[in-house]
Design a protein around this ligand. Structure first.
Ligand code: FAD
Length: 364
């Protein structure tokens, strides 16, 4: 059997999902190389900081829409078949205020908060909440069943699946993408390198993508559990401050968010922002704390900050030759890296197959 030597550079959700799909073909000999691996917490590593849940934001008819639509069945199947993967189903409430439309968070969530969104036919139990049941200031609201992912458990599960399928994981740091082709675990040169370096694609030699920029997300993780997940179109505290709540599977705690601060690289939690996040969460979901309590009723596990790897024009899933090395890019997934993970990885895998077919034709 002919074999393909493949390097996946990056062990966030993009790299691990791509490696997981590729590892299902025994002809693929995969090395996953990364500076950060599941278990690490670092400002250069977005994936552990995510909630993460499935709240579609891709505009109807876009590639982003297709990636999110195509990811739901995979996350649903994992939640049903592999409880150890750390994904569970959870009721979801979405609140929209028309006055948030122009804000950074309002634009980010513009598809999510529509009364008649495309994803109503994807997720189960979608229904609009009757207008006479809406709280003052809310223009429309909906509920459905989504998933919440315990990201440290899920990322580790993906590593386990890849290892079971024969992939090899190694720590490495590269200044230039082409150098990764020389680090395949067999000692042979890789046929292809898959670039899943997220925000670092801005500074990685051979890529240097100036379209990449961060959207800073600050969170508070607490032991309290309010029940359903909640997301709102915006807040009155600032146009880049967000309001969402989600309880992770398997004892992962509840994430209170957040912020969507574009071009802000600060990795230190801002305690004033943290106070506002906690107050807003209690105001929208009073069941977070005991009756009459304020933020003193929250049992804090940790404060955190992650940088969403945004890209002007959307994610880059493309093939390219760099210094003679075949590269497939899969980066730039902003605040939707989990909920678009399987759709994006599928597209990347199709490009990998095209490159490998051309290679074997060239050998004939
Ligand atoms: P990363 O996770 O950043 O991984 C990059 C990898 O590349 C790392 O392993 C890194 O070490 C490696 N790397 C980079 N450069 C080099 C180099 N030169 N040499 C070697 N290795 C290198 N998404 C959702 O779908 N749902 C959510 O609810 C959600 N919530 C979020 C909340 C917050 C607060 C944040 C910050 C993000 C959230 N996201 C959510 C977005 C999601 O986390 C990201 O889109 C996703 O994690 C990006 O994954 P990635 O694998 O592309 O990048």
């Amino acid at each position: 059997m002919a074999t393909n030597n493949i390097v996946v550079l990056g062990a966030g959700v993009s790299g691990l999902t791509t490696a997981y799909l590729l590892s299902q073909d025994p002809a693929n000999k995969i090395t996953v190389l990364a500076k950060h691996m599941p278990g690490d917490y670092d400002i250069e590593y977005a994936s552990p900081w995510a909630g993460a849940n499935y709240m579609p934001v891709g505009k109807e008819g876009s590639a982003h829409h297709a990636w999110e639509r195509d990811t739901w069945p995979a996350l649903k199947a994992i939640a049903e078949k592999y409880p150890e993967a750390g994904i569970h189903f959870r009721g979801t409430l979405i609140y929209n205020r028309k006055k948030d439309q122009e804000s950074a968070t309002g634009q980010w969530f513009s598809e999510l908060v529509q009364p008649n969104p495309w994803y109503k036919d994807v997720v189960p139990d979608f229904k609009n909440i009757p207008s006479d049941q809406l709280a003052p200031g809310i223009d429309n609201a909906q509920e459905f069943t989504s998933v919440c992912i315990n990201t440290p458990v899920y990322l580790s599960w993906l590593v386990g699946q890849c290892v079971k399928n024969g992939a090899v994981f190694q720590r490495a740091v590269f200044k230039h993408i082409a150098d990764a082709a020389n680090a395949h675990h067999t000692g042979q040169k890789a046929d292809i390198v898959i670039n899943c370096t997220g925000l670092s694609s801005k500074t990685l030699g051979g890529v240097l993508d100036e379209k990449m920029y961060p959207a800073r997300g600050q969170i508070v993780v607490v032991r309290n559990d309010p029940g359903p997940m909640v997301s709102a179109s915006g807040t009155d505290d600032g146009e880049d401050e967000a309001l969402y709540i989600m309880t992770r599977a398997a004892g992962g705690g509840t994430i209170l968010g957040g912020s969507y601060q574009k071009h802000n690289w600060d990795g230190t939690p801002d305690m004033n922002l943290a106070n506002r996040i906690m107050k807003r969460a209690i105001a929208i979901a009073p069941s977070l704390v005991k009756k009459g309590q304020g933020i003193e009723g929250l049992d804090i596990i940790r404060h955190g900050v992650g940088l969403r790897p945004l890209r002007e024009g959307g994610p880059r899933i493309e093939k390219e030759k760099i210094d003679g090395v075949s590269v497939v890019h899969n980066y730039g997934h902003g605040g939707f890296g989990y909920q678009a993970s399987f759709g994006c990885a599928d597209t990347a895998v199709s490009l990998v197959k095209e490159v490998l077919q051309n290679k074997s034709r060239a050998k004939l």
